[in-house]
Design a protein around this ligand. Structure first.
Ligand SMILES: Nc1nc2c(ncn2[C@@H]2O[C@H](COP(=O)(O)OP(=O)(O)OP(=O)(O)O)[C@@H](O)[C@H]2O)c(=O)[nH]1
Ligand SMILES: [Mg+2]
Length: 310
């Protein structure tokens, strides 16, 4: 491909919580840059993933799910999503096809916040119906397709499964086709614009989501306090703090005989070690910080709202 034909641009992955946005990003990159859990509202930042191919560089912005919730942290999360939308060349709005086929009543509520912004959009929009692996009878999708074409006639619709990879090529073709002709903006071996220690904190947060029950993970957050590389011994020493919002949560995070914390630490250490390709010594501390979700300075200090300034 000649240099003049090279395309490069920004793509916003948006949609309601749990639709599979982060899963799609990881699928395109063939590597995990965004954490994924079965619980909604996992992503808390704008996560970038850079897909470099000979003819193009697609810079994806994975975003927190768009939903209506109060509180300072949730406002920051929504801001991250709308900011990504504002700076994108191409928009990808993702819906959980499986959910609306099982529970059609969720559709209107989920699309409501995006209804007008997307309908009035002049940039290229792909509406993605994800999780098609979950229903064998594809005709069940028809009412959903009909509704989308009606409310967003400007969008092109792509049924996909981010999990199995079905439909991903067609969607990527659409994205690439609509990117501006431009040289790569990042080195072609760079996977994300996020600092590695932010990614490590995210990995720990994912393990908290997987290990802790019910609502508890939502009131936790992770901050890397210390990161030191012993170049001679080829070990990275990491101290991370898990913040909880209440004293009672502390014991729950630690678990009986420390079993939860041990599990989180072990899984996170393995994954961070793979990420940085080095042995990792990880120490986790649990601290109570009441109302951390309402403390803007604290939220900023741990990279929420402005992850690039961590
Ligand atoms: N069956 C099926 N499950 C999927 C698919 N894509 C994602 N999932 C699952 O859906 C859940 C949510 O996926 P995420 O990628 O975390 O969703 P998200 O949109 O990033 O969610 P938030 O960050 O919370 O907004 C996870 O359990 C995924 O494994 C798919 O194509 N098929
Ligand atoms: Mg996500």
């Amino acid at each position: 491909m000649s240099e003049q034909k090279h395309r490069c641009g920004w793509v916003a992955l948006m949609g309601p919580p749990n639709a599979g946005k982060s899963t799609l990003l990881n699928a395109y990159l063939g590597q995990k840059v965004a954490i994924v859990t079965s619980k909604p509202q996992t992503t808390r930042n704008q996560i970038t993933g850079i897909l470099s191919e000979p003819d193009s560089q697609v810079i994806f912005m994975d975003t927190p799910g768009i939903h209506k919730l109060r509180g300072k942290m949730n406002r920051i999360l929504l801001q991250a999503a709308w900011q990504a939308m504002a700076s994108a060349d191409v928009l990808v709005a993702m819906l959980d096809g499986d959910l609306y086929i099982r529970r059609p009543e969720f559709l209107d509520k989920d699309i409501e916040p995006m209804l007008k912004p997307i309908a009035e959009e002049t940039r290229p929009v792909a509406v993605v119906i994800n999780k098609i692996d979950m229903f064998a009878d594809k005709s069940k999708m028809l009412p959903l397709l009909e509704k989308i074409t009606q409310i967003w006639p400007n969008a092109e619709v792509f049924p996909i499964s981010a999990l199995t990879g079905n439909g991903l090529e067609a969607l990527l073709e659409f994205i690439k086709k609509h990117l501006p002709i431009a040289p790569p903006q990042f080195p072609t071996d760079q996977l994300s614009t996020l600092p590695i220690r932010f990614m490590a904190a995210e990995i720990i947060r994912e393990k908290l989501f997987n290990t802790l029950r019910q609502e508890l993970p939502y009131s936790t957050t992770v901050d890397i306090e210390n990161w030191e590389e012993d170049k001679q011994r080829k070990i990275t020493f990491i101290n991370a703090v898990i913040y909880v919002a209440r004293g009672t949560h502390k014991a729950m995070v630690i678990g009986k005989g420390g079993q939860n914390l041990k599990k989180v630490g072990q899984f996170a250490r393995e994954e961070i070690s793979t990420l940085i390709d080095q042995k990792v010594h990880l120490e986790l501390f649990v601290k109570v910080r009441e109302d951390w979700q309402e403390d803007l300075n604290f939220l900023h200090s741990i990279g929420l709202g402005n992850p690039h300034e961590m």
